[in-house]
Design a protein around this ligand. Structure first.
Ligand code: SF4
Length: 95
């Protein structure tokens, strides 16, 4: 089964997932979509697909285009490790 066959948005109007910036309902529409995505069994695969394809428009897995750009950038340039165990392992490797 493809991930989109399990998507909670399958029976919804696709236009709902492409809110137009500047419209007064923009944030209200995004919050409504996020509630749908939060309960979607395909959300993680939807997000990975949107990140992998560089989907420039619409709300995918509850993320806006700007949020996905930041996620892609963070994956390209991960910051310093915050996991203490990982940090210890890196220090031991450097010693
Ligand atoms: S996470 Fe949201 S946009 Fe993605 S498939 Fe599910 S309902 Fe659709």
């Amino acid at each position: 089964m493809d991930w989109d066959e399990a998507a909670s948005c399958r029976s919804l109007d696709p236009d709902l997932f492409f809110p137009v910036a500047g419209e007064t309902v923009y944030m209200t529409q995004i919050e409504a979509i996020r509630q749908v995505c939060a309960a979607c069994p395909a959300a993680s695969r939807c997000l990975e697909w949107a990140l992998a394809t560089g989907e420039p428009d619409g709300i995918w897995a509850g993320t806006t285009p700007g949020e996905r750009r930041r996620l892609r950038a963070a994956r390209r340039n991960p910051g310093p490790a915050t996991d203490p165990a990982h940090s210890r392992a890196r220090k031991a490797d450097a010693a």
